[in-house]
Ligand binder design. Structure first.
Ligand code: SF4
Length: 439
């Protein structure tokens, strides 16, 4: 009988993509996936180390899963991903039930590792500057959309960020390998791919840059939509803007992390751009790509952030008018440059700043969604709506949309939907042509 694999994923889309990669590679050696840990022979927790509260959640979850392991001692319990890399020395003391600790560059070996009999926990957290996972194709969770990790690692070393330490240096798949992987997904029915990388626009293969990659993926027959995340703002140049504007399948949505709007804070973060540089890129993008939706990441309470510097970030929410934002309070990560500095914004003050920026952004997000009311968007249908009936999908701008129609659409069907109302996070509407005629 096939062995059963349960994977629980924390953190960013790179981790979601890595879980799909792990599931794909273990599927090839006879595993099937299950949705319940109580049913699994192998339980893997794919972890995130980027913020302290992400790690705290994983410790709590490991305590639950350790009970599962004590009840069924033959089960393999593994910790994989960034936290495995970051806290390798502490895991065995704090979670002795864990059998495997495997970093992000050792997933290819997991099938072999799981075959070995062991009396001691197994640890493999070697970073491998050559591992790009060529030839391992991700599995799409819904059959329609898929992630393709085109580059891994990061060379930017922002002072708050642990990624270069847990994911290693930048390395890219070749253009031919990306095209092969996307074509394989399209042959399996996938209609939308998201090209992923820690700094995805740092993708290079010696001859081509990221703009070339977008143009090449755009030519793949049968593929309907291309997205990518996350680009670093500094290298967003005219070649990339032109490729986004000219490639029909590249969707008009972009996650462009600002982090903070004070130039002094940006410099301490070592981000490599000023707020003015960021605004100029936004202007160029919006001029070239009509209807572009922009999202961002913001950190408040970075070491040394004064009230006036925080006010710059708050003002940027009004000025840039992002469609949405991921907002966080700074938490020190051991190993980073900023970890050596005094974490001098008090916890209560960080919480107040976070609440203020969330409230301001929520108001802007709601306003941006209200602008969509009365307009028609092509929605790719991805399933039934969880609440209130109807169908669920996303606009080209990546907005969650729930729509009503008389006949059931096919999954993946592109349906023109007129938006009739909205919340801060969802558009609500109705199909404007008979479903089935939409293509
Ligand atoms: S660009 Fe900066 S924030 Fe982004 S992954 Fe690299 S070091 Fe981290």
């Amino acid at each position: 009988m096939a062995r059963k694999l349960y994977i629980e994923t924390y953190g960013c889309q790179m981790n979601v993509a890595d879980s799909q990669l792990i599931a794909g590679s273990l599927h090839d050696v006879g595993y099937v996936t299950t949705d319940t840990p109580a049913d699994a022979d192998v339980i893997l927790v794919n972890t995130c180390a980027i913020r302290e509260n992400a790690e705290t959640r994983v410790w709590g979850r490991l305590a639950d899963l350790a009970r599962e392991k004590r009840a069924r001692p033959w089960v393999t319990l593994g910790l994989v991903g960034c936290m495995a890399q970051h806290l390798r020395d502490k895991i065995q003391a704090r979670a002795p039930e864990v059998d495997l600790v495997v970093g992000p560059d050792a997933y290819r070996r997991l099938g072999d590792i799981l075959l070995q009999d062991r009396d001691e926990p197994f640890v493999d957290v070697r970073l491998d500057k050559h591992e790009r996972y060529e030839g391992l194709d991700p599995r799409s969770d819904n059959g329609l959309t898929a992630f393709v990790t085109v580059m891994r690692g990061c060379d930017k070393f922002c002072t708050f960020c642990i990624v270069p330490f847990v994911r290693g240096r930048e390395r890219s798949l070749s253009l031919d390998e990306v095209l092969r992987s996307v074509r394989a997904l399209v042959d399996d029915g996938v209609r939308e791919v998201t090209l992923l990388g820690q700094t995805v626009n740092a993708w290079r293969d010696g001859e081509h840059d990221f703009a070339d990659l977008l143009r090449a993926v755009d030519t793949i027959p049968g593929l309907r939509r291309i997205r990518f995340t996350s680009p670093h703002p500094a290298p967003v140049d005219d070649r990339l803007v032109a490729a986004m504007a000219e490639c029909d399948k590249v969707m008009p949505s972009l996650h462009l992390p600002l982090q903070a709007a004070s130039d002094a804070v940006l410099e301490r973060m070592s981000r490599g751009y000023t707020y003015g540089d960021y605004l100029r890129r936004v202007e160029r993008l919006r001029a070239a790509i009509p209807g572009l939706a922009l999202t961002t990441d913001l950190i408040v309470g970075f070491p040394g952030e004064t009230e006036a510097q925080f006010a710059c970030t708050l003002a940027a929410v009004d000025e840039v008018q992002w469609d949405s934002a991921f907002m966080f309070q700074y938490s020190p990560r051991s190993g980073t440059k900023a970890y050596e500095w005094a974490d001098d914004v008090p916890a209560g003050e960080k919480a107040r700043r976070l609440q203020a920026v969330i409230e301001r952004q929520e108001a802007v997000s709601a306003e941006r969604n209200r602008d969509a009311v009365g307009r028609v968007f092509e929605v790719m249908t991805e399933g039934t709506a969880k609440r209130g009936g109807g169908w669920y999908g996303r606009t080209p701008q990546f907005k969650n949309t729930v729509y009503q129609c008389e006949l059931a659409p096919a999954m993946g069907e592109m349906v023109p939907v007129r938006v009739t109302s909205c919340t801060a996070h969802t558009l609500l509407g109705e199909a404007v042509v008979p479903v089935g005629a939409a293509g």
